[in-house]
Structures are given as C-alpha cells and as structure tokens.
Design a protein around this ligand. Structure first.
Ligand code: AKG
Length: 261
C-alpha cells in the first residue's frame, strides 16, 4: 500500500468543495497501452466470455447498426477484476489505493470496476445520475476514478459534472427513458465539461452529478472507471439494484495482497 501524501492540498480542497478534480497524466502511456491491449484480448474471445464481462451497445444488439469489428460495438466491460488478472492487479495500483486511503481512511475496497467504451458514431449518452444512487452505500464514503484511455472532449463524450452537487444528498432517480438517472436533469449552464487527455484521471465523489453525451465522432472514447469505498459502508435497503459485495479489499483489515509479478 502506498504511504505519504499523494493528494495535494488543492486537490483535497477541490474534492471537498466541488466533488471532483482532474489528476493529469495519472497513468503512463505504457499503462494505457497495456489496458487497451487487454480490452482487445478480452473482446476477441466474445461471445465466449462471462455474460457480465462484455456488454454490447443496445443499437448493435437490436441490429440497427453494424460495427466493423466486435470491439467497436461494445458498450462496457463490467466487473473485470472477477475475470481478468491485469484488471485485478490494477485494483492495487499504488496511486489509486494511496489516494483512496487519504480520502476514505485505512480500510478500503475496490467496490466496482467498469470499462466504458462509448464507440465511435453510435456510443450513446449516459444520462445525468449519481453513482451512489445505484450503490446506495451508507455512509457515502465512496468515490470513483474515471481514467481517459483516449483523449476525451465534448464531441466524443467526455465527462460532465455539476460542481458542489455531491453536497446535496441523493436526488430522485427514475422516470428516464431506457436508463436510471436523475428524474430532473440539471441545466447545461451549471455543467462543467471535463476535457481530458489519455491517461488523465477524473477523481469524483460518489454523489457528484455527472453525465456523458453521445460519441458523434469517428474517434474512440474509452475510459476505465474504478470506484473505491470504505469497507465500513453498507448498501441501504433503498437500493433499487441487487446489492453486491466489493470486488477486492485493497487496504486495511482483510486486504488481499497484490499478485506477485
Ligand atoms: O460514459 C461514461 O463514461 C460515463 C459512465 C458513467 O457515468 C457510469 O457508468 O456511471
């Protein structure tokens, strides 16, 4: 586990005040490349992969659009740490675990892993929502790393956030077509578009309002999203989804040792 201070005072202030900050060049180009290669290796085995691991874009499933190759029709990879050694070892990334310990305290788990693929041309929007509306963890000691694996801008679907929204509690979710999101979406004027370079990380509180627009370009927009939570969090009975166990305990009581090599 990492020790010392990984968060600057400015990052800590921004996290508490705004509910997010961007850490530039968080992953190296080599780390990004090895993640991209691992995605391809997993998707190359589709459909011979666990059902939860590889999820296809709805428009592709409906047959409305036909991507040139399978990978360009994938919406997301889910809970990769349960199925893949590289993604399991990434849960222990010293910078992610170190920051998580600084934000959450000594006992930390990787709560959930995802790869958000937003393919060119038909990667759809993700409506405004708060991640803890899905998780319903109490207390709300949970946050995510959203790490760009391609340069991300408004046109290819970068993250948008509402500064300070994490201090307002969980808003009503539901009543949004084909998705689970805030019943009353924030106005665009209040949103900040997080334009990021490949390797940059958005670090955001689990109750920060966020959204991504569709990818209207020919460019890819892949992102790795790892949520960390304190192991003392419990899913509340209000959870609209089946509660799940954290994927990997990474620090403190019960922590799993990272695999050797
Ligand atoms: O499109 C994205 O990368 C955002 C996805 C997201 O916010 C989520 O799955 O919680």
């Amino acid at each position: 586990m990492a020790t010392g201070t990984l968060l600057s005072a400015a990052q800590k202030t921004a996290f508490d005040r705004d509910g997010y900050f961007i850490a530039e060049a968080f992953l190296s180009a080599g780390e990004v490349e090895s993640i991209r290669n691992e995605i391809s290796a997993i998707v190359d085995r589709y459909p011979d992969v666990p059902e939860e691991l590889v999820q296809i874009e709805p428009a592709v499933r409906r047959g409305a659009v036909k991507p040139e190759r399978v990978e360009l029709g994938v919406r997301k990879l889910f809970r990769m740490t349960r199925h893949n050694a590289l993604f399991r070892s990434l849960a222990h990334h010293p910078q992610m675990v170190g920051m998580a310990v600084e934000l959450l305290g000594p006992d930390v788990a990787l709560f959930q892993s995802m790869l958000l693929m937003k393919p060119p041309r038909f990667g759809g929007q993700k409506v405004w929502h708060q991640d803890n509306a899905y998780f319903r963890l109490e207390p709300n000691d949970v946050f995510g790393f959203w790490i760009a694996l391609d340069d991300a801008d408004v046109e290819n679907g970068c993250m948008h956030v509402i500064p300070g929204s994490h201090r307002e509690g969980i808003g009503e979710h539901g009543g949004v077509a084909d998705d689970y999101g805030l019943s009353s979406a924030p106005t665009a004027d209040d949103a900040v578009a997080c334009v990021m370079k490949s390797g940059d990380a958005l670090v955001f509180h689990g109750e920060t309002y966020h959204y991504t627009p569709p990818n209207t370009t020919d460019r890819r927009r892949r992102a790795l999203q790892y949520h960390y939570a304190s192991t003392h969090c419990r899913s509340s009975k209000d959870s609209p989804f089946k509660s799940t166990k954290p994927e990997v305990i990474v620090a403190g009581v019960g922590a799993e040792a990272p695999a050797a090599g």
